[in-house]
Write a protein that binds this ligand. Structure first.
Ligand code: HXC
Length: 272
């Protein structure tokens, strides 16, 4: 693991963006109770936005909301919903509007994953992940789009780099996230004329997440022996920083892009 200061995780307090760039804005984040989406929500709130975090585990959402509100001085509300059930999402949108009056930014982050070869993956297991990731993204966009249009806001879809190549035991996630990437591009071209942007962030192996635990059996893994051009795994804060940029006015002409946050890992050939 390198000790270069340029490669160290960037703390919230060192943000290169002004503190108030999201003052008056509202974030709606599915999957915000933990991991990467929690980190993104914290970073957006730390720059002035209020937030609603949506998921299935209300106890975890409630705890996270309290933590993020205390850390940022902004308001975060927890709302229980299953992205596979449009009615619950519509209810989440209604409650967000009742509380905050608007939705500027949406992070479609709710996801499901586990490792399984196709030979033992049931049809229901495949469908479950596609329903959470792909149908869930569709449902989230459908429920929020009138408000995001009103705000001339933006979407960030959380994808992966796994499906850019043939990653074993990830056929369900690969199919699901390829669909997410494609939908984001369509949203970008359809909604661009309404002033709405849509982009994808594709984290690599990210320390401290459920995804890392699934792939390695642990959430914290030493990067020794793992090759990325920048010499370490993705940190949650790396993805959060990218989200702040993408929602900020600095990215106002960026839409329909799929942006890996992986230290260049997918460009590195391991066989040379
Ligand atoms: C094979 C499995 C399985 C496993 C579940 N199934 N776990 N099959 N191996 N490990 C099958 C079940 O047997 C069942 O099929 C079907 O999937 C549905 O399972 P349920 O448990 O009923 O579904 P549900 O309660 O909705 O749970 C969904 C879930 C769960 C995806 C299975 O793990 C979940 O909710 N996870 C959310 C958190 C999560 O996964 N986060 C990680 C995101 S990381 P049968 O045929 O038996 O009925 C990420 C990025 C990855 O997305 C990046 C990696 C680097």
């Amino acid at each position: 693991m390198t000790s270069s200061p340029y490669l160290a995780p960037i703390e919230d307090s060192l943000s290169t963006f002004k503190d108030n760039i999201f003052s008056g804005k509202v974030l709606f984040c599915t999957g915000g109770g933990s991991g990467i989406c929690k980190g993104m929500t914290r970073a957006i709130m730390r720059h002035g936005a209020n937030a609603a975090i949506i998921g299935r585990n209300i106890d975890r959402l409630t705890e996270t909301s309290k933590e993020l509100s205390e850390q940022t001085g902004k308001t975060c509300i927890p709302i229980r919903a299953d992205v596979r059930q449009p009615q619950t999402l519509q209810n989440a949108v209604r409650r967000t509007i009742e509380k905050f009056g608007r939705i500027d930014f949406v992070i479609c982050g709710a996801a499901g994953n586990f490792m399984s070869p196709i030979s033992s993956l049931s049809e229901n297991a495949f469908r479950t992940v596609v329903e959470i990731d792909t149908l869930g993204t569709y449902n989230t966009v459908k429920a929020t789009i009138p408000h995001v249009r009103d705000a001339k806001g933006a979407y960030i879809h959380v994808s992966t780099t796994l499906h850019h190549r043939g990653t074993p035991y990830q056929i369900h996630v690969s199919a699901a996230k390829a669909g997410v990437d494609a939908m984001s591009n369509v949203i970008a071209v359809e909604e661009g004329p309404h002033g709405v942007r849509s982009n994808v962030l594709a984290p690599g192996f990210t320390s401290g997440t459920e995804g890392m635990r699934l792939m390695t059996g642990k959430t914290k893994v030493k990067a020794d022996g793992f090759s990325t051009p920048l010499g370490r795994f993705t940190e949650i804060q790396d993805v959060a920083n990218a989200a702040v940029f993408l929602f900020s006015p600095a990215a106002c002409y960026i839409t329909g892009q799929i942006i890996p946050v992986d230290g260049g890992a997918e460009h590195l050939r391991g066989d040379l």
